[in-house]
Design a protein around this ligand. Structure first.
Ligand SMILES: *Cc1c(COP(=O)(O)O)cnc(C)c1O
Length: 403
């Protein structure tokens, strides 16, 4: 997307603004399916918590993706977007049996990640097919907050508790049709993936009704020029071969599943903001934009890097800036960044703003959440309106207590 076009969008829809490139989502999806074209049955379930706008979900649906959901509300949104229940998998963590029952009632595939619920669910609904989230204890992931497969992680049932799983399955007579792992986000070490798959393959041998193996996600995407990323093609060729051999040796016709979020949508998103103030202190030049951790929390929450470009002056002299938000709290988007000279009113663009960006936005400081725009074949479509004061008041009840 060209600078001039992006700037024109901030004139049309105002700033701050999220912009998504549909073609990038499509090409990422095709890249992944091409990498695994050697596997007979492949299913990609989009992890919708990354970006859950219903128009984005519809694109993924048109591509034949399924959905990975983590709350019953996500299940409802997915159904609303037109996904069939059988194309939705519910992979929650630490939710109540009641919520799992609600999802079951909506007809979606249930994935259970602890022994307590597995036993309760199995006793009540032995006929309902269930997937088990296992924890292979492979240390992987970009940082400790997003590594979810290690020994002390709250996710999944430990691989060391496999005998206990089998006791529950035998006692209840429940039907286990899938096994699953998800070891974290930002993994670029393919060997970590393959080590974990060996563990899952071993575990799978003892489930007689297995129909699919879900290898989760965590593919690393580049955040800046020359940044490393998961080599999807190499993973595809190595894992496909292993998977096919496994199917042959176990005489099964299994489906290979993945559930990427970030890989599909991260690079498709750009977040456009306008510079309110340029402030020189004794040591630093700050550029303050009309946004903050209320709209894009990843830099502050995960120390995530988002590349920042000055769209209004792309060829200007490079200078060093610390880009901050307008929230009354430290909300630094990037420290000491080399950016083309910034003037007040310039439009700054944050890259990789598709995944965990809008979906983690809040109304902190009673600010509005931004609008979202989708671009397809050079045309722009508003897919979410900017909030208004009504939205801030919505659901609030003004009680006058007599003091
Ligand atoms: C968040 C999540 C994903 C997606 O992870 P990405 O790093 O965005 O690809 C996949 N599976 C589960 C169970 C998740 O919770």
């Amino acid at each position: 997307m060209k600078n001039k076009f992006l700037i024109s969008l901030t004139e049309k829809y105002e700033s701050p603004l999220y912009v998504y490139d549909a073609e990038k989502i499509i090409s990422q999806y095709q890249r992944l399916t091409n990498a695994f074209s050697g596997v007979k049955k492949l299913k990609i379930n989009y992890a919708m918590k990354a970006l859950s706008n219903i128009s984005i979900l519809k694109i993924l649906k048109s591509l034949n993706a399924g959905l990975d959901t983590v709350s019953v509300q996500e299940v409802q949104l997915g159904l609303k977007a037109g996904f069939k229940p059988q194309d939705i998998i519910f992979t929650p963590n630490g939710v109540s049996l009641e919520e799992i029952e609600q999802a079951m009632g909506l007809g979606v595939q249930i994935n259970i990640d602890n022994l307590s619920i597995l036993e309760q669910f199995g006793q009540k609904y032995p006929k309902v097919p269930v997937c088990i989230r296992m924890n292979p204890h492979i240390m992987a992931g970009g940082n400790s907050k997003i590594s979810v497969g290690h020994i002390d992680s709250k996710f999944g049932i430990s691989i060391h508790q496999t005998p206990h799983i089998h006791r529950v399955v035998k006692n209840t007579g429940m039907l286990i049709t899938g096994i699953h792992m998800h070891t974290g986000s930002d993994i670029y070490d393919i060997d970590a993936f393959l080590r974990a798959t060996d563990i899952l393959f071993d575990a799978g041998r003892d489930f007689d009704n297995l129909e699919y193996i879900d290898f989760g996600s965590g593919f690393k995407v580049p955040y800046k020029e020359g940044d490393n990323q998961t080599d999807i093609e190499e993973l595809g060729s190595k894992l496909s071969k292993k998977f096919n051999e496994y199917c042959t040796s176990t005489k099964r016709d299994l489906t290979l599943m993945f559930e990427p979020g970030k890989f599909l949508v991260s690079e498709a998103g750009k977040f456009l903001t306008s510079v309110n103030v340029v402030k020189q202190t004794t040591s630093t030049v700050f550029a303050s934009v009309d946004s903050g951790l209320n709209h894009l929390i990843r830099p502050m929450f995960y120390d995530a890097y988002h590349h920042i470009v000055n769209l209004s002056n792309p060829n200007g002299k490079k200078r060093f800036y610390t880009v901050v938000g307008y929230i009354c709290e430290t909300d630094t988007f990037g420290s000491n960044r080399k950016i083309s000279e910034i003037k007040e009113g310039d439009i700054l663009c944050f890259n990789n703003a598709g995944a965990y960006a809008f979906s983690m936005a809040s109304n902190y400081n009673s600010r509005y959440r931004p609008a979202e725009v989708l671009i397809y074949k050079g045309k722009d479509y508003l897919i979410r309106e900017r909030e208004t004061f009504e939205d801030i008041l919505n659901k609030q009840i003004a009680v006058n207590i007599t003091l």
